[in-house]
Design a binder for this molecule. Structure first.
Ligand code: DHE
Length: 515
């Protein structure tokens, strides 16, 4: 009898766990799949797999689901889901997939398409606009991009992109080609002269961003999933090499971001799960760029890989989630999501040389620099605090915190403008954009171009005469302002326009924008 009772109990337990499992799968598909992918492999949001959640405790994951994650699109589910449902979801996302999809050389190669091979299209632009004053405008609302004439502010073409483009599209050195990355791993090459997509390849399952080498020969892709960096030949995007991202003990890591450092002839990648920065030379003969630095190399000899594209590993005290270079590319300024201290890493000597006083999680990749009272300063918005930090780049001290109406995402300026623009991306004032006087470090004007709608991300034209601002809404717009008078010049209706990228400013590494 007791035996029968136990069997019944076990049956009940296993039925309820099956039900719970079915429910949690249903919960995931209903609330999470749209952003994190049906298979948890990532989409607009990151992949939700144990390998990608290593730095997050389960209790913290529950808080993120309940309260949302500041500075991301992750909403708070605390009012929709109860505690048991949240716990079940946490267990679910920390459970490994039955089989992990592979994304190695075979899969990458199989995805490759080249509709217009390198040098098969004419070398003359098919339009009469200034090719160096064009803008790429990414429209997230329906996954399109518009190429905009930067003198007349008229679209030359609007074309469909891969889903959820993220990060800055990167130009070839001449500005003829632009490379896009989507969060689900697609890299697309677009010919700005012929207004055509020329090649595409899926280099990862969940991608962070891409960088183009200073000589235009390579594209490096940084992935969250799998934990790899993938090097592509820029001509037709043929894959050249996959770098598994692992430390010397075999622990693997997501890539936080990868950027090109042209004066160094290298790519620099920050890692999310290993406290290391990697420098990968793309020079045919890597030695010359390190002239004078061989001593440091000898010190680190054991860490250098041999062969082409050598990896130099710089050990740090903390992880890096975001970073910025000084104009010489000798220093890297980095921040980590859960740390109050930023780090300044001297890339020549290969170690941290100073700490930065950060508490608001600056979006460093969005920072800009200018000369203030004879000294170069860096300015960055903060994702968790309503302020802009101004940092003296000689002694790395924060010299001013400019109070804003809410945490901001993007800050932009231009060499020829007295103003720096910063958005209020989060909170009740997300419709506002501040204009800061670079000489006095004070807000001189706050614009609210479309009340109730999020206004964010500006980019200047090549001369610094006009400023383009996005209103991130389905019925949004790119609004053109006169950079001096701050008066509106033109409004172009667009579908949730996000970033805008001017060819000249990007290819000439303007101090007022990202590179
Ligand atoms: Fe971005 C650039 C990281 C969320 C829109 N964002 C970048 C870059 C990094 C980064 C490292 C620089 C890449 C480059 O230039 O190649 N972004 C992150 C995050 O860690 C964060 C907070 C969380 C995440 O989901 O990854 C994040 N970003 C967002 C958004 O929610 C935004 C607003 C909408 C979206 O598209 O997902 C967003 N990020 C952008 C844009 C840029 C960008 C428009 C390019 C700015 C530029 O001018 O170069």
């Amino acid at each position: 009898m007791r035996h029968l009772f136990l069997c019944g109990l076990l049956l009940c337990v296993s039925i309820s766990s099956v039900l719970a499992a079915t429910n949690v799968e249903g919960l995931y598909q209903k609330h999470c799949a749209e952003c994190h992918g049906k298979e948890r492999l990532g989409g607009m949001g990151p992949a939700l797999l144990p390998g990608n959640l290593k730095r997050l405790k389960k209790s913290k994951a529950a808080t993120v689901i309940r309260k949302g994650l500041p500075a991301t699109q992750m909403p708070a589910w605390g009012k929709t889901l109860n505690d048991a449902q949240i716990e079940a979801l946490v267990d679910y996302i920390y459970t490994p997939l039955a089989s992990m999809p592979e994304w190695g050389m075979a899969q990458i190669r199989a995805s490759h398409v080249v509709p217009h091979p390198y040098q098969s299209l004419p070398d003359k632009p098919v339009f009469d606009a200034d090719p160096l004053n064009l803008f790429v405008v990414v429209e997230l609302g329906d996954h399109h991009a518009t190429i905009l004439d930067g003198d007349r502010f008229e679209p030359l073409i609007r074309f469909k992109t891969r889903l959820n483009l993220h990060g800055g599209p990167k130009y070839s050195p001449s500005g003829r080609y632009v490379y896009f990355a989507s969060r689900d791993g697609w890299v697309s090459k677009f010919d700005m002269y012929n207004l055509k997509v020329t090649a595409e390849i899926r280099a990862g399952i969940n991608t962070r961003n891409i960088a183009v080498s200073g000589d235009g020969r390579y594209v490096m892709v940084g992935n969250y999933l799998p934990h790899t960096l993938v090097l592509l030949d820029a001509r037709n995007l043929d894959p050249i090499k996959i770098f598994p991202v692992k430390n010397n003990k075999g622990k693997s890591s997501r890539v936080s971001a990868v950027y090109a450092a042209p004066p160094r002839g290298s790519f620099i990648a920050a890692l999310k799960d290993i406290p290391e920065v990697w420098e990968i030379s793309y020079l045919d003969n890597p030695e010359p760029v390190y002239t004078g630095l061989m001593h440091d190399y000898q010190l680190q000899e054991g860490f250098m890989d041999k062969g082409p594209f050598p990896i130099r590993r710089i050990k740090l005290d903390d992880y890096l989630d975001d970073f910025f270079f000084d104009p010489s590319y000798r220093h890297l300024l980095g921040s980590a999501r859960n740390s109050k201290k930023g780090q300044v890493v001297n890339l020549d000597v290969g170690r941290k040389i100073a700490e930065l006083d950060f508490s608001g999680m600056p979006h460093l990749g969005s920072g800009i620099t200018w000369i203030y009272q004879g000294r170069r300063v860096m300015a960055t918005p903060n994702l968790k605090k309503a302020e802009v930090s101004i940092i003296d780049m000689q002694n790395w001290k924060t010299i001013k915190r400019i109070k804003t109406l809410g945490p901001g995402f993007f800050m932009r300026s231009h060499e020829n403008s007295d103003y720096a623009w910063v958005d209020v991306f989060f909170g009740p004032n997300k419709e506002a954009v501040h204009v800061i006087d670079k000489k006095t470090l004070t807000i001189v004007k706050t614009l609210r171009p479309m009340p109730g709608k999020n206004a964010a991300h500006v980019e200047f034209d090549r001369y610094g005469r006009y400023v383009l601002l996005s209103v991130w809404d389905k019925d949004g717009a790119v609004i053109v302002y006169d950079a001096k008078t701050l008066k509106e010049i033109k409004r172009l209706p667009m579908n949730k326009p996000s970033g805008k990228y001017n060819v000249y400013n990007k290819t000439h590494r303007s101090e007022g924008t990202s590179h």
